[in-house]
Design a protein around this ligand. Sequence first.
Ligand code: ZN
Length: 500
Amino acid sequence: MSAPADLDAFRRQARAFIADHVREHYLYGSGQKDTLELAPIFERYAALFALDQLDALRARLDAAQDPNERESIRRLHAFALDQHIQARLRPMTEELAARQGKATVRWRGEDVPYAQVATRLRTLPTREERGELFAARGAVERAMDPLRGRMWQETWSTLRGLGYASYLEAAEATTGMPLRGLAAEMRQFLEDSRTMLEGPLDEYCMARTGVGLAQCTQADMPFLFRPTSDDPLFAAGRLLIRLEIWTSEAGIPLRGTPAIHVDDVPRPKKRDRAFCAPVVAGREVYVNVKPIGGVSDLAVLLHELGHAYHYAFADPALDVEWLYLGESSQSEIFAFLFNQLAENVEFLQRFFGAFNAAAIRGDLMLARVFGVRRMAAKLLYEIQLHEQCSLEGMDQVYADTLTRHLRVRYAPEQYLIDLDPWFYSAGYLRAWMCEAQLRAYFEGAHGDEWFGEPEAVETLKRLWGWGKTYRPEALLARLGLTGPDPAALVQDFAPLVSAG
Ligand SMILES: [Zn+2]
């Protein structure tokens, strides 16, 4: 790079780094490469994330007056800061991955690979078995806690060295998300949506596990929300074909959109879960799929297609910060919007012939209520953790906060595992709120079958075209709406209470 904070050079390099990085993940995840070789990529672009680069960007940010210029440099700086910290953590990240790869959990005379415990928990029919396996894994996780703790200490001290009072302060400054304000809104949301937890979700839990939520523990949750894949209407071979029919009718054919590459080639080492890899936004976006069938698989596939369409229709002429950077919610909004079609009765009937569409909708909505409340509770815990920047007593805070808001008993063990960097929880929450408003907007204008209305699709294309330019507030404002508004979620979940 010619000079520190030569913005155009930085943008070019950042774009090239993202393309190389995303492509490597795609090749590995789709089973075309045996190993994930990130080290050479990080070496090649090390100058992008060096301390002098970071300082120069910070100086440019402090000097910027124009709001648009500020937002642009703020995003570039946040990206460099995140990568700078990741580079510092890399030896520990690699050690952790190696230990997790080798770890096994001793359970009932069997050595279960650490990575397979989550899947096993979904299938074990008795609470005793689930509880034991979960506890056995907890012991393995405890042994890795010191390493995870060191990674957070390193992160916090790096940020202090850069002049931030706390991780929370750094996150508010760099992500631009109003985290404390969001936490206050989420406290209220947790109050307002509590009845949904007590009534219908409790009955659902009783029917699926034999006991109510308050008798369940965290170990029972994967089983409670286990996916079902035996419905022939949602057979693996049918999912993509039906989605191709829908997208063709809507004028955005999945196989006829030049920037979207559907990778459904079966390869032995391919990841089961669908994922989207936007190598070059607007030009080269991969959707890796290996359908297993079932409504949950359909929901995941729709979610990833939502990301894919957003990136595929983004204007490639936009600068890298408007295409890729910004807050995580900005692509999740569109992923959730498609995801929610799995709850749309008309969509399920029309494209899958589902006669039980209303029941599917009810079940998915209950899982979503729980998911949103869980994320809201997690945000409250994360705010406390990252404000104090110390692990002292935080395992108990994690367990208490989640137990209080979910009724299910949470254990302290996962307090460093159930934790994503830079408040991804906040991004999800903002995306869920924004999506509920966006969906209500489309339904209000075009009815429940908005997903096939040319005008709705045209509006979507326009929104996609801006890439990640607009934050949720600005995106909603383009449609004359104010938000993200937690009331939209309470409203969205209201049918659960009236039906229950
Ligand atoms: Zn997503």
